[in-house]
Ligand binder design. Structure first.
Ligand code: GLA
Length: 380
């Protein structure tokens, strides 16, 4: 990705007349474990080779001057709470600065230019890539890297909560900060213990099929899903649904809404699926991994209701083509399916998915082969 580094460096020089330092961070995929993070459960993400590149330099002023190349938009803002910029994209950068300051960290005025290649609205977490890129950079530039990696992830998450209106879990920012080339990570979102899993399935490939239906998590049903889970957990006298069982849920079925029941059912089942997938991966049993992915899709579509017609259609095509596993990925309401595809089916599946989707919806989905890569970093 040298070209992205060069691209932001060149634009920075043109705009600010000097050279800065380049930092980058990544979008993410998630093999399994959806909507489990804010329920204290397990997730199984990895960083990908698509991300955000930013060139930064301290400017000795009391303000930040930031240019987004992709949007061709410029924002200037101070570092006090009342200085929040109006542009949505700039609030991610401002939020990161503020969250660092709130934790006692230092941020001084800086200039920045950034650009990315994470498809927006695809469920690949371009926003986490942006947050962790700036959090990493400001830690390096102004804080001697004393802010821990977990805090960098939390700074991104709090930015979403406090400045962007999304009450998200920790998965995306964790993956973006901790990502390691060739490895997926299993994170226990309650204890925050994590483990790297080398992921190099011979004979299979992970393929993303992007419906290009855009989702907007702000003010979206995402926060409502979380509220449902919290209501059920509190009804069960638990902090999260992490330890809840189907027996316990069934025992309170009459006291909660049908909607809340199905939301909680999905989360309880999904938690077990992540553990089953870990076992299967250790044995190299990709058939089981794939089967669980289909189960997750069904749950996300029917019980959690975060799918949409286009994604269900892509899931059906995968099944009909004999793809080993397929499911909607990320928060939902549009975006991608993630598919575990046997090598031999790769080309025919993609051709079939493109043709049939185009016939039905009038545009082809975008297709990306997943390359598991490093997360937040300084580009030397
Ligand atoms: C979004 C959120 C994550 C997570 C996923 C669903 O990506 O940012 O915290 O909840 O949805 O698994």
């Amino acid at each position: 990705m040298e070209d992205m580094k060069e691209k932001v460096a060149k634009a920075f020089k043109e705009r600010f007349g000097q050279q800065g330092t380049t930092y980058a961070s990544s979008g993410r995929i998630n093999l399994i474990g959806e909507h489990t993070d804010y329920n204290g459960g397990f997730v199984f993400p990895g960083a990908i080779d698509k991300g955000i590149w930013a060139e930064l330099a301290a400017n000795g002023l009391e303000k930040c001057r930031v240019y987004s190349m992709d949007l061709d938009d410029y924002a200037e803002f101070g570092l006090k709470e009342e200085d929040a910029p109006s542009q949505g994209w700039a609030r991610y950068v401002f939020g990161v600065c503020r969250e660092i300051q709130k934790r006692g960290g230092k941020v001084e005025g800086f200039d920045a230019v950034f650009a990315g290649n994470v498809p927006l609205g695809a469920g690949l977490s371009s926003s986490a890539a942006l947050e962790s890129c700036f959090a990493f950079a400001l830690n390096d530039m102004f804080n001697n890297n004393v802010i821990s990696k977990f805090d960098l992830a939390r700074i991104g998450q709090s930015t979403e909560h406090n400045y962007c209106g999304v009450n998200c879990g920790i998965m995306d920012q964790f993956a973006s900060v901790f990502g390691r080339k060739g490895h997926l990570m299993r994170l226990d979102c309650r204890s925050m213990e994590y483990e790297y899993f080398p992921f190099d399935p011979k004979e299979y490939r992970l393929v993303l099929v992007d419906s290009r239906v855009k989702h907007e998590l702000k003010d979206s049903p995402y926060n409502k899903r979380r509220e449902s889970c919290e209501r059920v957990a509190s009804r069960l006298g638990m902090e999260t649904l992490r330890d809840a069982t189907m027996e316990q849920l069934d025992a309170i079925k009459g006291d909660i809404s049908a909607e809340d029941y199905f939301r909680a059912k999905f989360v309880i089942e999904e938690k077990d699926r992540v553990l089953a997938v870990c076992d299967a991966l250790e044995k190299g049993d990709y058939e089981t991994v794939g089967k669980k992915m289909y189960e997750t899709h069904r749950g996300l579509s029917k019980d959690y209701e975060v799918s949409c017609e286009e994604l269900d259609f892509l899931n059906d095509i995968a099944k009909e083509c004999g793809v080993t596993g397929s499911r909607i990925m990320g928060g939902g309401f549009g975006g991608c399916t993630i598919n575990l595809v046997p090598d031999g089916l790769h080309d025919s599946f993609i051709a079939e998915a493109k043709a049939r989707f185009n016939e039905k919806y009038g545009h082809e989905p975008m297709v990306y082969d997943v390359v598991i890569s490093d997360g937040a970093r300084k580009c030397e």
